[in-house]
Design a protein around this ligand. Structure first.
Ligand code: OAD
Length: 243
């Protein structure tokens, strides 16, 4: 599955950076964004995750996010997530960049996680930026800010919004300085995350993609593994143990 050349290179590497997308959580039962999963009540999920929907129809916006939050309460990390915990333990300079907002990398046990698109468990005010405390009640159909009375939103990046600056610059640095870069379970089309593999490759990293299908990144990768993250990553850990 993984080439000998890659395994030999990986074992000698200090710097490993991993980018994950919705595909790594698919085997946990979290729907992806594109393809057949990208619909909620026959609506495009990407249309739900916008300021426009929050402003024009906050009830619908929050119905969608409350549905996602409830769903996430029922899911657990899968073997792909756990394999990345093992990978973090094996490399001195390890960074995990995720576009996922589902918290599953932290729940699995990774500690060095850069969340590029935020975290759905947080609730912040769309007007004044106040972040709800853990004991604050945000369970209403449309949660309202305790400080300014404004409409709240989950702590995720909505379409068209900027990414958290620190997480993005740390991610760009992790991409620029690693020796091996993994792109796992992402369609590799949403910027600026989509540029990270190219930054890595431009700085001499070995680029490896793991996905159930080819993506626009595939032709630029040094190695493409077609398969499920939850099956291929445990195999990688097993192969590394034998080297
Ligand atoms: P996508 O839904 O665009 O892509 C998921 C990718 O995972 C696809 O390329 C699938 O082929 C692949 N895949 C599915 N199951 C897999 C499995 N078991 N193992 C490996 N790969 C698998 O999700 P993202 O690339 O994460 O942004 O999307 C990027 C961003 O677009 C999201 O973070 C979100 C979305 O709009 C925001 O909400 C800001």
């Amino acid at each position: 599955m993984f080439s000998e050349k890659f395994l030999k290179r990986l074992i000698k590497t200090n710097g490993v950076t991993v980018l994950t997308g919705a595909g790594i959580s698919a085997e946990s039962g979290v729907p992806t964004f594109r393809g057949k999963d990208g619909l909620w009540k026959n609506r495009d999920v990407m249309q739900m995750a916008t300021q426009q929907t929050l402003k024009s129809d906050p009830e619908l916006f929050w119905e969608f996010y409350n549905w996602r939050r409830e769903l996430l309460k029922t899911v657990k990390p899968n073997l792909g997530h756990y394999a990345l915990v093992d990978l973090e333990k094996q490399f001195y300079d390890f960074n995990l960049i995720t576009q996922n907002v589902d918290n599953l990398h932290f729940i699995a046990g990774n500690t060095k996680v850069l969340e590029l698109h935020g975290n759905i468990s947080k609730t912040i005010c769309n007007e004044c930026g106040h972040e709800a405390e853990e004991n604050e009640d945000v369970s209403g159909a449309v949660p309202v800010c305790s400080q300014c009375g404004g409409v709240m939103r989950p702590g995720v990046v909505l379409f068209g919004e900027s990414l958290p600056q620190k997480a993005l610059s740390d991610a760009q640095e992790a991409a620029a300085t690693c020796e091996v870069f993994f792109s796992i379970g992402t369609s590799a089309v949403v910027e600026p995350a989509a540029s990270l593999p190219y930054i890595a490759k431009g700085n001499g990293a070995y680029l490896i993609e793991i996905n159930t299908e080819r993506t626009p990144l595939s032709e630029h990768a040094d190695e493409v593994i077609i398969g499920k993250a939850g099956e291929t990553l445990p195999y990688l850990i097993m192969a590394l143990d034998r080297y």
